[in-house]
Design a protein around this ligand. Sequence first.
Ligand SMILES: Nc1nc2c(c(=O)[nH]1)N[C@H]1C(S)=C(S)[C@@H](COP(=O)(O)O)O[C@H]1N2
Ligand SMILES: [Mo]
Length: 438
Amino acid sequence: MGSKSRSRRDLLKGGALAAGAVAAGTTVDSLTSITPASAQTPAGAAPELPSYAANSAPQIPVSPDLVSYGARSHYVKSVRIQEDGRAPGVLARYNDFGLTLHIQTPLQDSIGTIQASSLHYCATTKGSFVPDIDPDHHKLMIDGLVDRPRIFSMADLKRFPSVTRFHFVECIANSANITHKTVQQTHGTCSNAEWTGVLLSTLLKECGLQEKATWFVAEGAEEVKGASTLPINKAMNDVIVAYGMNGEPLRPQQGFPVRLIVPGFEGIFNIKWLQHIKVVDQYQLNMNDFGHLRREETTASLGYTWGPKSIITFPSGTQKLPEHGWYEITGLAWSGNGAVRKVEVSTDNGQTWHEAELKGIPLPKAHTRFGYMWKWEGEECVIMSRTTDETGVIQPTRQEVAKALGVPYAPNFRPPGTNNSIMPWKIAKDGSVSNGIV
Ligand SMILES: Nc1nc2c(c(=O)[nH]1)N[C@H]1C(S)=C(S)[C@@H](COP(=O)(O)O)O[C@H]1N2
Ligand SMILES: [Mo]
């Protein structure tokens, strides 16, 4: 090794790499130990970097389409998939993409915390077609137990003070297919985005909420009118009537032109193509409530919130570690109770836990990316992560959930409501990763 490359190594050792590793609670011996052999510059040799000079190498032609609306590189292949049925390989109820059903986001390829709008998961409870709504003609009616029933146009909604917040949306069906192979199949019915809109509390104050109000029913504009009943205190807390997503209007599959974002609650409450909000004084069973949620009024709203949850996205099911050495175990953590306080990673099947580095400031009811630097020596092992949220609640193991419910534990155990249990991934001696439950 020439002195030039050694000094570069020392610089990196004392600098960015070492700092990152210390934050993650590990030590890095040298650059060689963390950098794959294939990525190192041979000593003394001038680096050969490909050139993309005009006329001599591939170029992306500038088309009017690319001028008006950009596109990702054709080298990037990550795509959503239609959710499998409960048995692997069996497609869920509606197998026509014209009818939206459960479409899962490719979490294994996710970067950072925001899901690109084109890759956001998508769910429609009763398999209706996506309505093609002209925003200039769309109306949102608020009536029921209010002093001044109102009908708002999209332009009306945009005249109120707006909020812009990051929140996850997660279908109750997420983690239902917990024994499937990939993280997209087991956890891909959850995404995080930046939502912009007006707080529902602002609109309800405008309409004059009456004292008897205890619940509200929110209804979509589509054929089957997805509707849910929600507690009025949630409406007055942090529910958003959202028209913006990731810097542009909502996508049709996400409820264009306007939807509810109900932070931390089960996905089904985030009513898309929002058309009608009726304020009422008793719990009502609607299309989405019936057969999906607990039907007993006093306990109904208690089970609406997602507990602390996390999932390792790399390395995850069907991926492969190419060689021994350093890797960043990374994934997403969130909680419907508030912000993530701590994420821990175990590489020995839950016997010992190490605090992971949180990437950025954890936001309430939103995804937080975590990372943990780990040196894999080729041993067979089980890796997993767990979240503690700001209320102090810790993500449970699957066995703990079964015990709390008083049912015997089996690998295919599925809790009846929200499933926020710890997900293990198994790493074999050859580096291949598989579902750690089965
Ligand atoms: N109008 C309407 N809103 C709806 C639904 C629906 O079927 N109709 N599905 C709900 C369900 S089950 C979920 S999980 C979320 C999914 O939101 P997304 O498709 O933007 O990911 O929307 C909810 N909002
Ligand atoms: Mo859902």
